[in-house]
Design a protein around this ligand. Structure first.
Ligand code: MEV
Length: 289
């Protein structure tokens, strides 16, 4: 039996734009996903195309048990966390000898396959290595971890990443003269953010701008807007959709002493709040129970 865990992620800047050769900044967050894999003659596991594909890639069969406090289909990278932790646990249980680098690559390949070709390496990179990254196409640059105080608001409205990705593609092909400059502006935000990573108040303003641009891409939702406004009016430095949008989660960057107040405001507006911070550890082997 082998148990591995991997963290979730938030995009601070650049979701969707990363699928159009633009950079994005994302960081690993708590909570984590825990996956146990066991060699057995009667394999069973939760119905998941990600898990099926993990076993297919390694050409083995086993049972899987998942323990996750990360809400699924909410933009917090739960499918990537399940994929990298499952690959690592299979690798360990069956002595396959793959490196972390190979697991990250394989996880990205699986994400692309399951999501029909349109997935950036962001979720799988951040979940494998932990910490904070600048991602651009196939490349990654590790950034110095920052002690950001984050409040996530889950709208509890289910969304489909692939549907949102398609929606942006449609917008782009229908209105290229409008949407291409929006993607350029998101890139400009990321480049500016890179110069101010240790200034949360400044980054908050950039997050507000990135949120408007995501709405222009067509991935907003009234409930996400309510949660974003609730966080801002309670004193967040800034707040935005995080992930694919259309539902799922928003994230606020906040002064430490008012995180709980922001979480309360999110809950008043029917969101599920998670107070969190960076997780500098990526994949981790857990002690077997
Ligand atoms: C989803 O969390 C973020 C997107 O940019 C897709 C991706 O990066 O794979 C919409």
């Amino acid at each position: 039996m082998a148990t591995w865990s991997a963290p979730g992620k938030v995009f601070l800047f650049g979701e969707h734009a990363v699928l159009y050769e633009k950079p994005g900044i994302a960081l690993a967050i708590r909570p984590r996903v825990y996956v146990t894999v066991r060699k057995t003659s009667h394999p069973h596991h939760a119905k998941s195309p990600y898990i099926d594909q993990c076993f297919r890639e390694f050409g083995v069969k086993g049972s899987v048990y998942i323990n996750s406090q990360l809400p699924s289909s909410s933009g917090l990278g739960s499918s990537a966390a399940v994929t990298v932790a499952t690959l690592a646990a299979i690798n360990d249980e069956f002595d396959m000898g793959r490196s972390k680098e190979q697991i990250a690559e394989l996880a990205w390949k699986i994400e692309k396959k399951v999501q029909k070709g349109r997935a950036s390496a962001t979720d799988t990179t951040v979940s494998t290595y932990g910490g904070m990254f600048l991602i651009k196409e196939g490349t990654r640059k590790r950034l110095a971890p920052q002690n950001y105080h984050l409040v996530i608001g889950n709208s509890q409205i289910s969304h489909s990443t692939s549907r949102m990705v398609e929606k942006v593609a449609e917008m782009k092909s229908k209105h290229p003269a409008i949407i291409n400059p929006v993607l350029d502006s998101i890139e400009a935000i990321v480049m500016d953010a890179m110069k101010h990573l240790d200034e949360p108040a400044y980054l908050g303003k950039l997050m507000d701008m990135n949120h408007c641009l995501l709405e222009m891409l067509g991935v907003g939702h009234p409930q996400l807007s309510r949660l974003v406004l609730a966080a801002r009016s309670t004193g967040a430095f800034g707040a935005k959709i995080t992930g694919a949008g259309g539902g799922g989660c928003m994230v606020a960057l906040a002064p430490k002493n008012i995180r709980a107040r922001i979480a309360g405001a999110i809950e008043v507006f029917d969101g599920r709040a998670i107070i969190t911070c960076i997780d500098t550890e990526g994949l981790r082997k857990e002690r077997d129970a």
